[in-house]
Ligand binder design. Structure first.
Ligand SMILES: *[C@@H]1O[C@H](CO)[C@@H](O)[C@H](O)[C@H]1NC(C)=O
Ligand SMILES: *[C@@H]1O[C@H](CO)[C@@H](O)[C@H](O)[C@H]1NC(C)=O
Ligand SMILES: *[C@@H]1O[C@H](CO)[C@@H](O)[C@H](O)[C@H]1NC(C)=O
Ligand SMILES: *[C@@H]1O[C@H](CO)[C@@H](O)[C@H](O)[C@H]1NC(C)=O
Ligand SMILES: *[C@@H]1O[C@H](CO)[C@@H](O)[C@H](O)[C@H]1NC(C)=O
Ligand SMILES: *[C@@H]1O[C@H](CO)[C@@H](O)[C@H](O)[C@H]1NC(C)=O
Ligand SMILES: *[C@@H]1O[C@H](CO)[C@@H](O)[C@H](O)[C@H]1NC(C)=O
Length: 450
């Protein structure tokens, strides 16, 4: 009796590890998650602010650091991901134990995103539920001083200045040029010049002791929001000019400016032959949507190939990107779902997370994707928003060809490090391609004459 029970348990656990995750004829192939870091301290503030950097003691201290609230938010998001993809609610997709061949985590090179990724992995593999499966002296050292059962997970990053995948406000003269062009359009300039917007900027400039304009307004928006959250009494005292209705006006203008910066409201607006809405989307989100699509495309290609070149892809099941509100919003703007980021407006909240699931119909071999959005710390992973994407025809599972179309349409014209340096006004882009064509011809010539 006892033996057969054990056999049964072994059989169940074996089948759990080896069986595919199915929903009808659909098989789960891969999951990609892109999240914003958790609660943080202000990244900077305005001139007259009585709060100083010394007020920000959290997460190592100083500007822009992840706070314990932020760490908790990401640990909990990690637990939700574990629940959905490890514990069988509803999927047993990933190994119960950290398996370096099926998960890859990449963060921007910022303390708060790196620590968010670490905190998230504590939720996923930190053995904080009753599923303690990590093996002492196999997965972690069984010594005094090591947190019991804690398994460290590698978080990858690249130098911030080179990161055009996840750091969308990186140094990029091309983006600056296109944004300057956008500011010359009637749509943007008349908004900036609206009398209520100008009056608001004028008042804020007086309060803050420095020039406040639509473009640096986000700094003020952030500082006020976080100061009020952390030090409500002191905040009232330090900021007598503050009111909730004033803050709402700041929020409205700031959100509108951010929309313009992401190309929203500028679709088909052409200056110097450049479609500003499309270019801003390409520059900010094109690399990311291509990366996400390419992962999926490779997964599909490899699904019927057991060759060596597919070993890595066939084992890989979960990519996570630890990034910023700007990164998520760039992706959402490109996919036409920016209005779903936050209601009624604004950039994604702390620990917001977009999840792209890849499913394959095993009868037709057709590949689909499903977009899920975790809006904030109290949200579930059940909010499917695929149907909001233009082209998905209101379906939860959308054909991969739709994503391919977005990927092709918004693919940057060349490697971002290079494209950012192109002066589109001087048409050096075409000079460049002429130059590179000559180089390629030369190369072919030299090679063929060998
Ligand atoms: C399976 O697909 C159906 C129809 O799209 C969906 O309503 C349901 O939530 C899915 N179930 C799981 C466990 O994925
Ligand atoms: C990260 O933390 C280090 C010190 O631990 C600090 O010098 C640095 O400025 C921080 N970087 C960011 C981007 O917050
Ligand atoms: C801004 O609006 C004022 C009138 O409200 C107008 O005189 C001025 O020319 C406008 N400036 C720009 C740059 O549009
Ligand atoms: C600017 O401040 C003045 C004087 O306090 C006030 O009457 C006005 O309503 C304010 N305007 C805006 C847009 O905040
Ligand atoms: C699906 O792919 C498999 C493996 O490549 C192949 O054997 C099968 O014929 C395909 N089915 C359809 C309907 O294309
Ligand atoms: C989440 O719930 C907590 C507790 O009810 C609340 O204090 C917090 O404001 C909520 N957060 C969001 C983003 O709704
Ligand atoms: C591809 O994308 C373009 C631009 O977003 C759109 O106009 C077109 O309808 C899309 N085509 C398909 C087949 O989805």
């Amino acid at each position: 009796m006892r033996v057969s029970l054990i056999c049964l348990l072994i059989l169940i656990s074996l089948s759990c590890v080896t069986s595919d995750v199915m929903n009808g004829t659909m098989k789960l192939m891969m999951v990609q998650a892109l999240w914003r870091h958790g609660d943080r301290t202000p990244t900077e503030t305005y001139h007259n602010d009585k709060f100083t950097e010394n007020d920000w003691i959290y997460g190592g201290g100083g500007w822009g650091q992840l706070t314990p609230i932020g760490m908790r938010q990401h640990m909990q998001l990690g637990q939700k991901l574990r629940d959905r993809y490890v514990n069988g609610n509803p999927y047993q997709f990933l190994n119960k134990r950290y398996d370096q061949q099926e998960i890859f985590v990449r963060s921007t090179d910022k303390n708060r995103t790196l620590l968010s990724a670490f905190s998230n992995m504590v939720g996923m593999y930190g053995n904080i539920d009753n599923n303690n499966v990590a093996r002492p002296n196999v997965d972690y050292p069984d010594v005094v001083g090591w947190p019991t059962g804690f398994v460290p997970i590698p978080i990858h990053t690249i130098p911030d200045a080179e990161d055009h995948l996840l750091s969308v406000d990186n140094y990029c003269p091309l983006q600056d040029t296109v944004w300057e062009m956008a500011k010359t359009t009637d749509i943007v300039s008349s908004y900036f010049n609206r009398s209520d917007v100008r009056a608001l900027m004028g008042n804020l400039t007086n309060y803050c002791g420095e020039d406040i304009n639509p473009e640096n307004l986000w700094i003020l928006y952030n500082a006020l929001k976080i100061e009020k959250q952390y030090y409500p009494a002191k905040f009232q005292n330090y900021t007598p000019w503050y009111s909730d209705s004033l803050f709402e006006q700041i929020d409205i203008v700031n959100s509108q400016v951010q929309d313009f910066q992401n190309g929203l409201g500028l679709e088909g607006v052409v200056v110097n032959g450049i479609d500003l809405g499309k270019y801003l989307r390409k520059i900010r989100g094109g690399t990311l949507v291509n990366d996400i699509y390419n992962h999926m495309n490779r997964k599909t290609d490899c699904s019927s190939n057991n060759g060596k070149e597919c070993t890595y892809t066939n084992r890989m099941k979960f990519f996570a990107y630890s990034a910023h509100d700007t990164t998520l919003y760039a992706l959402f703007s490109l996919l036409g779902v920016a209005h779903l980021a936050v209601q009624p407006r604004g950039y994604p909240l702390y620990s917001a997370c977009a999840i792209i699931e890849q499913w394959q119909d095993i009868q037709t071999n057709q590949t689909f994707f499903k977009l899920i959005y975790h809006r904030h710390e109290n949200d579930t992973l059940n909010n499917v928003i695929t149907s909001g994407i233009p082209g998905c025809n209101g379906n939860d599972y959308c054909p991969i060809s739709v994503l391919k179309n977005y990927s092709d349409t918004f693919k940057p014209e060349m490697e971002m490090n290079q494209w950012c340096g192109v002066n589109i006004l001087k048409g050096s882009s075409s000079t460049f391609s002429l130059f590179s064509s000559i180089l390629i011809l030369l190369y072919l010539f030299v090679n063929s004459s060998k």
